[in-house]
Ligand binder design. Structure first.
Ligand code: DGL
Length: 262
């Protein structure tokens, strides 16, 4: 019974879909439900107390769906409320960690730039990740950027102007790796590439999240054992328009439209 229960994905909005898409590739038979708390987004510009409170309440929404595991598909929630969720929930909880460890391996003498939310940048977790893997990494908080993805605005002049403004301190710098440490940003990759050299590599934390998710499901013996395509469901604390944007982003990212249920 438990094996067929859905896996919950939690984010402050539509960004979690980038993690869900990475997981979908290797877990086609699992049922996925994403809860996006868009009504309270952006989390990345809130206090730690507020983020913890909202994250617990949002996780509660997914627990009501009898999920068998929770993927925190959000770097901000992971860095600030990760420990709290790991200790409070009695199902496997898997975070999405800013990918500095992987980024470090790709350096070729240039810099590592980490794009993230202001709250993640200030967090203790981020400080300890930096100490371990990237003392020289440059943190670039990007207030106002996730909102473009929330609106489904993933290309165009307004976005490019925003990126130009955010990235101006790094213009002309030798950047080997850009770590996308907010799950909304992978949707902006096409436009982001225009602001860097062709050799710059972009990475995010989703493949590590996927590895840990499979490990945890295996360990608990709760990997789905049927070979029927799993369903994909989107729930938002905002209106139906937000759910429509989520569906579009999922399909645009290569997700199977036929798997989506209401
Ligand atoms: N998607 C979230 C992350 O990965 C943050 C967006 C927000 O600020 O709410 O950090």
């Amino acid at each position: 019974m438990k094996r067929k229960a859905p896996i919950g994905f939690l984010d402050s909005g539509a960004g979690g879909i980038s993690v869900m898409l990475a997981c979908r590739k290797l877990l086609p038979y699992e049922n996925f439900i994403l809860y996006g708390d868009s009504a309270n987004a952006p989390y990345g510009e809130k206090s730690e107390e507020e983020i913890k409170r909202l994250a617990l309440a949002a996780a509660e929404k997914l627990l009501e769906k009898n999920i068998k595991a929770l993927v925190i598909a959000c770097n901000t929630i992971t860095t600030i409320a990760g420990e709290l969720l790991y200790s409070r929930l009695n199902i496997p909880v898997i975070g999405t960690v800013p990918a500095l460890k992987e980024g470090k391996k790709l350096l070729k003498g240039g810099q590592m730039l980490v794009m993230l939310t202001p709250a993640s940048a200030r967090s203790q977790t981020m400080r300890s990740i930096m100490q371990q893997y990237g003392a020289d990494a440059k943190l670039l908080p990007c207030p106002g950027l996730m909102e473009f993805v929330e609106r489904g605005e993933i290309e165009g002049e307004r976005l490019n102007n925003k990126l130009k403004q955010l990235l101006s301190p790094y213009k002309g710098e030798n950047i080997d790796v850009v770590v996308l440490a907010c799950t909304h940003y992978p949707f902006l990759l096409n436009e982001l590439r225009k602001h860097f050299d062709d050799n710059t590599i972009f990475i995010d934390g989703s493949s590590e999240t996927l590895k840990t998710l499979i490990f945890e499901l295996n360990k608990k013996n709760i990997l789905c054992n049927s070979e029927i395509q799993g369903y994909t469901q989107f729930i938002s604390s905002e209106d139906n328009n937000t759910v429509d944007i989520m569906k579009k982003l999922y399909i645009l990212g290569g997700g199977d439209e036929k798997s989506i249920i209401d």
